[in-house]
Design a protein around this ligand. Structure first.
Ligand code: SAH
Ligand code: SF4
Ligand code: F3S
Length: 486
């Protein structure tokens, strides 16, 4: 064996939700022992993985156009006597594996979200056969073994804000949604495994963890005490990990907002005052046709209980406009719910019929025309945009703790998140940087400066539609620096 194995280049492109982001990182972990190291572009890569999303129509089309762009790169590699394995993973792979191999026969591997722990074996098979027609690897069965039991530990540091999957799959079967078919049945990881992974993340530098699941608040994992733990219980246990300063969870379903979880928003300071709680529609008729199994008033009541527990809770949601049969009155009920609730941010979509879902096969129900969908979406987004701007404006002048996660475009720029999930931009003038570092009135000058991965209190200077601009909190020393600086 050649011990000085040459690193192989792995390019992973991720579409869709945070669960896919998590899965992509774990695929890289699985491939690391085989010598694969991530690269930022597909040029010259030994393997390309497209981790796909099936939630709306255009998502799958994007995958096919990306595959079309990869093909010449694969051929160029082949002309040099090299290989570029192309894999399609994720929810499109799960739903349309055969279709992918038919439309793009140069793809080497197609595998669903529950089998990527088997990547080493799939890669070995694919490398042997090459992309001979019909020889590609296709793995879209739901395995009996939970993949989590076979994933290796992290191969790369997680960053200050990390994701941790605690639950996967969905048994809710909303009539418009593909997720129960692409991700399979609900599964909760045992609490002890979640706690151990969280401790590893914190030891590797994470100070914020977002718990992930398609229905994260349906979590019902086996507890170390032999009982079943709810998400509220799990959050209380996680909050005990020293060094874990911020906790979040996403995505939740209104039906699963139980008392233990709501009260965690009151009792657990690490649990951030932001919640993404999709409602989809404000019309009971539409909610019923969507099989959401709750009414608009149930949502209002849950929001009231959450705000009683945590008065500054910022809310986010998902909305679908133009569901089959949605009338102008139904849509007006959605606008009413939005006006009454007040959202700090939100996502809204035109209904997109998905193959295999009950809503796509609804007979005798009038489909909403494209023009009406577009017009309703514009009205809803205008209202949600106003609410987001108002929420952001109310932050101006406040001091907020921001976790800086990435650099901005210019030197000295930092981008992070407020407790309320707002994107916060901070630009530090180099003169201020130098002066603060040299200021002997601050015990360790460098602690007064923002840095990637650092949680820092800043002052909000201005509000934009989807972000905030911040400055360093004004101290007398900083003021004199500004006044006398270059
Ligand atoms: N598990 C989450 C959402 C997962 S999908 C939940 O239960 O809320 C993310 C969002 O995509 C959904 O909340 C919904 O608003 C949107 N979505 C899902 N299927 C859709 C479809 N067929 N057409 C349009 N939007 C859809
Ligand atoms: Fe889809 Fe509904 Fe499950 Fe959310 S709860 S993933 S919308 S089926
Ligand atoms: Fe998309 Fe699958 Fe996530 S369909 S939204 S990647 S669960």
């Amino acid at each position: 064996m050649n011990s000085a194995a040459v690193a192989k280049k792995l390019f992973v492109k991720t579409y869709g939700c945070q669960m896919n982001v998590y899965d992509s990182a774990r695929m890289a972990d699985v491939l690391a022992p085989l010598g694969y190291a991530p690269v930022p572009t597909p040029d010259g890569a030994d393997m390309v993985i497209l981790n796909t999303c099936h939630i709306r129509e255009k998502a799958a089309e994007k995958v096919f156009s990306e595959l079309g762009r990869l093909r010449p790169l694969q051929e160029a590699r082949r002309a040099e006597g090299q290989q570029m394995l192309i894999a399609v993973a994720g929810c499109v792979a799960q739903a349309e594996g055969d279709e992918i191999l038919r439309r793009a026969p140069y793809v080497d591997m197609v595998f669903g979200p529950q089998v990527y722990h088997r990547l080493p074996e799939m890669v070995a098979r694919a490398a042997r056969t090459g992309a001979e027609r019909g020889a590609a690897v296709l793995e879209t069965d739901f395995p009996v073994e939970p993949k989590f039991d076979f994933l290796p530990e992290l191969s790369a540091p997680p960053g200050a804000a990390a994701y941790l999957a605690v639950q996967e799959g969905c048994d809710k079967f909303c009539s418009f949604c593909v997720v129960p078919y692409t991700r399979g049945a609900e599964y909760s990881r045992p609490a002890a495994k979640v706690l151990a992974e969280a401790r590893r993340l914190v030891a590797a530098g994470a100070i914020e963890i977002t718990l992930l699941g398609q229905n994260v608040n349906a979590y019902h994992g086996e507890g170390p005490d032999g009982g079943t733990w709810s998400l509220g219980r799990l959050i209380r246990a996680l909050a005990g990990i020293a060094g874990l300063v911020r906790l979040r969870y996403t995505t939740s379903h209104p039906l699963e907002m139980d008392e233990e979880l709501i009260s965690a928003h009151r009792d657990v300071p690490a649990l951030m005052p932001f919640l993404h709680l999709p409602v989809q529609s404000g019309s009971d008729r539409v909610l019923e046709a969507m099989n959401r199994r709750h009414r608009a008033d149930d949502y209002r009541r849950i929001v009231a209980r959450l705000r009683a527990a945590r008065p500054d809770l910022a809310l986010s949601s998902d909305f679908i406009v133009g569901f089959p049969g949605e009338s102008e009155a139904d849509f007006a009920a959605t606008l009413d719910l939005v006006r009454e609730t007040g959202f700090a941010q939100a996502y809204s979509f035109k209904y997109s019929p998905r193959p295999g879902t009950p809503a796509a096969a609804m007979q005798g129900v009038e489909q909403v025309g494209e023009a009406v969908k577009a017009e309703r979406l514009a009205r809803l987004q205008a209202l949600l945009g106003e609410q987001q701007l108002a929420f952001n404006r109310a932050s101006v002048g406040r001091r907020l703790a921001v976790l800086f996660e990435r650099p901005g475009r210019k030197p000295g720029q930092f981008i992070g998140r407020s407790p309320y999930m707002q994107s916060v931009h901070l630009a530090v003038h180099p003169a201020v940087h130098r002066a603060a570092a040299a200021d002997d009135r601050i015990a360790d000058g460098s602690q007064a400066l923002p840095a990637l991965g650092r949680l820092m209190e800043v002052e909000i200077a201005a509000a934009h539609p989807v972000s905030l601009a911040a400055r360093l909190p004004m101290r007398p020393s900083a003021l004199s620096v500004m006044a006398h600086g270059e």
